[in-house]
Design a protein around this ligand. Sequence first.
Ligand code: FAD
Length: 456
Amino acid sequence: MSKETILSDLEEIVGKDFASNKKEDLFIYSLDPGASLPREVDYVVMPNSVEEVQKIVKLANKERIPIVPMGGGLTLSGLVIPVKGGIVLDMKRMDRIVEINEYSKYALIESGVTTGQLLAYLNENYPDLQPPVPDAPAAATVAGNVLIHGSGYLSQKYGDHGSMINGLEVVLPNGDICKVGSCSLSKYWFTRGPIPDLIGLFTSSFGTLGIVTKLSVKLFYKPKFREVVFGLATDFDDLPNILSKVIESGLAEDVLLGMQDKPDWMKGYIFVIVYVTGESQDEIDTNTKVLKKIYRKTNARYMKTPPRIREIYMEKPIFAATAADFRKGGGFEYVGAFIPLENIPEAYKGGVEISKRHGIIPTIGSRLIGQTHTVMVFFSYSFNRADPEDMKNARDALHETNILALELGGIPWKAEIAGQKLILEKMDPNFKKLFKTIRDILDPNHIMNPGNWEVE
Ligand SMILES: Cc1cc2nc3c(=O)[nH]c(=O)nc-3n(C[C@H](O)[C@H](O)[C@H](O)COP(=O)(O)OP(=O)(O)OC[C@H]3O[C@@H](n4cnc5c(N)ncnc54)[C@H](O)[C@@H]3O)c2cc1C
């Protein structure tokens, strides 16, 4: 079939305004805000219903055209830029909030619903409930975030966002619509068990096994009071002990670490940022006192929070973008990596060394996930987008950081293609065989995001 016939078939499915192969429409889909090189896209299509997604997948299968599902396109690691061309399936029109269940506490939403949209809707209509939200721009979709094991201000207490999925509606590569989780047999999308848990097939597989069209995510009760309590550490080696003691106290809702060498007053410190919550100001005051004591006993210092800093950090989610980009004309990308708590000192030391060697201002942060079961460490590298050499320099730093994370027993998160290759090189061959077998069975024509998680 010619390209023009395929376009007219796509237009027939979604309407003329929502399918295109014009260069000017495709340009924005050929790159992302990170350091990846642009790649070619053949079509962009914006479906409005699960049936439309189904028809697009069937057409792509018949014509052997690659499909890449896209939410906000904000991972920074090039995950929605097609490796082998084809269709970018932009899910933004599927943005309906279908149901909020106040008792079983979940939101049933379409996959184009953004994190900002869900947060605003709950703030307005269900002010006692809060959703899992990353510190990403508000245009990031809930689906794009939970499907890649994202994390946010509820992750310390409740785990990464992938674990907060209760159920999925997925269009499989052959066009079948499949429900996974309790929704496969109940009208309540309230749990992923106790039946075989297949939701994991669709998390961190980057759209290689299906297109999620609807999902249920957990909601959580929002405590009435919240406060941020800063500590200052000066030695990376103290971090595992400080974090363990903070968590053992059972007081922390969210725990972040941050260090950067600019502005000068921040140099030499690792900021320990702990959120305490409670039902009264008294409870907050008591919890703050306990934290101050923990800081004293663990070689850290309590820092009275300047009002402007408090204001920024009390915003949820934090507006992270301002913290990351220093240079004029610059962009940034980070390696996020899941690292075991005991190896945090080496991760920070290694990250500082890599940054300095590449002439980049060291900027490293972390968020505890699930009571220290994991620490998400982000090594951020800024670059000047107008300078290809500087972008290459950042890419090299990112690559070396992926290697560092793997050497420390960690796992690079939402890895770009080069990072995926490093992970696959280290992976148990039988895990790879299992993944390839599943993929070959579900997607024999290999149309789903080919080039990602490619097992040779
Ligand atoms: C300044 C900044 C701060 C950030 N802070 C955080 C943070 O605190 N926590 C965090 O977790 N992340 C953070 N991020 C990373 C990222 O922006 C988020 O994880 C974001 O939620 C990704 O969502 P998205 O809609 O942009 O996903 P996309 O980039 O569109 O997609 C992500 C992946 O999921 C796949 N996908 C998307 N939709 C579907 C679907 N419907 N079906 C199947 N597969 C699909 C895509 O193919 C891709 O592989 C940050 C990013 C920036 C720029």
